[in-house]
Design a protein around this ligand. Sequence first.
Ligand SMILES: C[S@@+](CC[C@H](N)C(=O)[O-])C[C@H]1O[C@@H](n2cnc3c(N)ncnc32)[C@H](O)[C@@H]1O
Length: 228
Amino acid sequence: MNETNIREKVREHYASVAEGKTSCCPGANSGCGEENISQKLGYCAQDLASLPEQAEMGLGCGNPISFAKLRPGEVVVDLGSGGGFPGVVLACALAGTSGAMVHLVERNTKKAAFLREAIRVTASPGTVHLAEIGDSVDRIAGKVDCVTARAVAPLHQLIRFTEPLVRGGAKALFLKGQDVEAELTEATKYWNIRPQLHSSRTGGHGWIVELDRIERRNPSATAHGTRA
Ligand SMILES: C[S@@+](CC[C@H](N)C(=O)[O-])C[C@H]1O[C@@H](n2cnc3c(N)ncnc32)[C@H](O)[C@@H]1O
């Protein structure tokens, strides 16, 4: 089977689970009920009870709620939200908590429309910014508690986008793959950071890079054109 066929098969299977036509795991005796797979991903009963009816957490490949350690009423900025991970999941988790808001930044018009519909259907506290990340981060008013991004840009660029928010007290959580070490090496050429690395709980080569302090290593570098 070539790469395109594999992608198509995975897509078909996920669509079928989402439409309730099949279980997430093959085989009648897989023992994989919805709660079972969600709990394997680390969702507790309280998380599952607080979710909108339409949410199917077992279709994910990780649990952004546990790593974000969100408290009620927190404000999150998700960069390059695309299909909604992790931004829409976090918005669902924060639903019903006073003051909570997830800003979903996405430059693609169709994806932004999808995100707006996902927020509407799940009645979650989210707002979609159809914009370039670089143009929108500075314009988000008020205190931000957490910035997230998955599969959007190399780490050193994400750090550049995020620096003003982290300086203002936000925590950054970037979901990265197997090249995390190389990305950290590149990022530390430009930035003083003290990353905490969290390995994937679901296997594979996933990592979460957590940052609570970002300082430009060589402020004069910008003037000489070696911008991160
Ligand atoms: C590979 S997708 C990942 C989407 C989602 N975070 C996920 O993990 O499923 C990357 C998304 O980031 C958006 N994106 C990339 N660079 C961006 C930028 N500079 N400003 C706004 N959106 C951007 C793309 O349009 C795309 O939807």
